[in-house]
Design a protein around this ligand. Structure first.
Ligand code: ATP
Ligand code: MG
Length: 322
């Protein structure tokens, strides 16, 4: 069953004299229980996409078109009241350094209690505490954190608090934007495996933005490859990572000598991302693509289904490419 359906989504940041086309005609279909990794070089629009889904983009300085359907309703058209009803409860997000907004003068536990009560006002203090402590366990935090102040926690501990907090209402959709990146590899692995167990129990759908292909390989079923605001390739993890079809994905994969190796950054494709202030005529990757022909500079490629559920937006697969 489809849980999130994004259609023709465009996001432009409007600055004084120019626009930045950060998300460009993105369409994605996400099913219940999916775990989707979103990868792509820095600046490819991953966080902008997440922020559009969560309606965190400032209306005054962004222009958004397209639709994001959640349970048959367009998230972008919901009233603020309607959206606030589902935010956290049904749609939760964790960014890197999410917890920087905590109040310094209140203990962690009581702050989380207050956040929980926004949606469930009548629950007893004891019940909330039990819930929070079980989530602390899930993210490998000791119970004593409940009574500490934010400044007494390390950055990694705060990040784990924010992951615990995101899970408090057992949201049907969880979005992690580099949320585990700063944690050590062992802790990250433990948390992701706990989240995966939880997903099986409650049918949670996870969208995970990361630079770490080994995380995608071990903790996601599907992967979306983005570049310069566009989706280049989508498919099951084993298809895309083992048999990448888009020249951009192939370049990305070459920059990962071993999926099991150390954490590595995405790099290794010669050239730079284009200026996103320009409207591009052809394939956005064409200037960096070693296979590019005339057509690539003139026509935007459509997504072509290579094998079942595996799509690539590349003219190579479109027939008349000679
Ligand atoms: P990273 O991997 O570094 O987190 P990303 O894929 O999340 O990158 P975004 O942060 O979504 O990329 O940025 C996409 C594009 O939008 C980039 O060119 C970025 O410079 C631009 N951008 C992001 N925020 C703004 C803003 N507030 N105003 C103008 N441009 C912005
Ligand atoms: Mg980002």
């Amino acid at each position: 069953m489809k849980v999130l359906e994004i259609k023709n989504l465009n996001v432009a940041y409007k600055n004084k004299e120019k626009q930045v086309f950060a998300v460009n005609n993105v369409s994605l279909s996400i099913n219940e229980g999916d775990s989707v990794g979103i990868v792509g070089e820095s600046g490819s629009g991953k966080s902008t996409l997440a922020m559009a889904i969560l309606r965190l983009l400032p209306e005054s300085s962004t222009e958004i078109t397209g639709t994001i359907d959640y349970k048959g309703k367009d998230l972008l058209k919901m009233s603020t009241g309607e959206f606030n009803e589902i935010r956290w409860k049904e749609l939760a997000v964790v960014f890197q350094k999410s917890m920087n907004g905590l109040s310094p003068i209140h203990k962690i536990g009581s702050q989380i209690e207050d956040i929980y009560r926004v949606h469930v006002p009548k629950i007893s203090k004891q019940k909330v505490k039990e819930k929070i402590l079980s989530l602390f366990k899930l993210v490998n935090l000791s119970e004593r954190v409940y009574n500490l102040y934010p400044h007494e926690l390390s950055g990694g501990m705060l990040q784990r608090v924010s992951i615990a907090l995101s899970l408090i209402h057992q949201p049907p959709i969880l979005i992690l934007d580099e949320a585990t990146t700063a944690l050590d590899v062992v802790t990250q692995g433990q948390i992701l495996s706990e989240i995966q167990k939880l997903e099986e129990k409650i049918k949670m759908t996870r969208i995970m933005i990361t630079h770490d292909m080994s995380v995608v390989a071990t903790a996601c079923k599907k992967v979306v490859v983005m570049y310069a605001g566009k989706v280049m390739e989508v498919g099951k993890v084993q298809d895309v990572l083992l048999k990448p079809t888009h020249p951009y994905t192939q370049g990305l994969m070459k920059s990962f000598p071993s999926l099991k190796g150390e954490k590595t950054e995405l790099r290794g494709i010669p050239g730079f991302m284009p200026n996103l202030a320009d409207q591009n005529k052809g394939c956005i990757f064409a200037p960096r693509c070693s296979f590019a022909k005339e057509k690539c500079h003139k026509e935007v490629p459509k997504e072509i289904e290579i094998t079942h559920g595996h799509f690539s937006a590349c003219h190579i697969y479109g027939g008349d490419f000679n």
